[in-house]
Design a protein. Structure first.
Ligand SMILES: Cc1cc2nc3c(=O)[nH]c(=O)nc-3n(C[C@H](O)[C@H](O)[C@H](O)COP(=O)(O)O)c2cc1C
Length: 159
């Protein structure tokens, strides 16, 4: 698929829906549900940004691998996405509890049931700076929990 068209779909989908963020190798990967993210342009490249807390098991996979994917699904899989966002892969095979089938891609891991998968090459990883965020947001989102890191990836393929 054309990358620009895919970006338009991701932008409208993530405003009121969910996606899966996946990183790792076919033998060792993890996935988690995301609601927060943006797509746009940086350094003259099509980019996807996601926000992940260090407590997520997926976080280590994002750190250790150059490629991550963002996958979007038809509405019928919403319950599966909620499950993948409320269970941790650290505690067992959460994908086995869903109707989703992982699919190794040339680069990265996608899913048989996905409508759209962005394959992203990680170019930036940075924890959000609490000193640069309004106090009201810090109090609302970070009073008791760790701060998100942003992962910015160049979209190298849209499937
Ligand atoms: C609807 C929904 C949206 C979520 N969005 C995010 C997100 O954008 N960033 C994040 O760090 N966690 C998000 N989460 C939480 C993770 O998906 C959740 O902690 C998940 O269990 C982590 O899985 P893991 O430990 O296997 O990586 C979301 C959860 C749900 C249910």
């Amino acid at each position: 698929m054309d990358i620009k068209q895919a970006q338009e779909q991701v932008a409208s989908h993530l405003i009121d829906s969910l996606g899966l963020l996946t990183a790792g190798t076919p033998d060792n990967f993890n996935t988690m549900t995301i609601a927060w993210g943006q797509t746009g342009t940086l350094w003259c490249r099509p980019m996807m940004t996601v926000y992940v807390k260090p407590t997520r098991y997926t976080f280590g996979f994002l750190q250790e691998n150059d490629i991550f994917t963002v996958s979007l699904f038809p509405k019928q899989y919403r319950e599966d996405l909620i499950l993948l966002g409320t269970h941790s892969g650290r505690n067992g095979d959460k994908l086995a509890l869903t109707n989703l089938t992982p699919k190794p891609l040339d680069r990265g891991i996608g899913f048989e049931q996905a409508d759209l998968t962005l394959v992203c090459k990680k170019l930036l990883e940075q924890p959000l700076d609490l000193k640069a965020i309004p106090e009201s947001i810090v109090n609302e989102y970070y009073a008791s929990e760790g701060v998100h890191s942003m992962f910015v990836g160049e979209i190298i393929e849209a499937l």
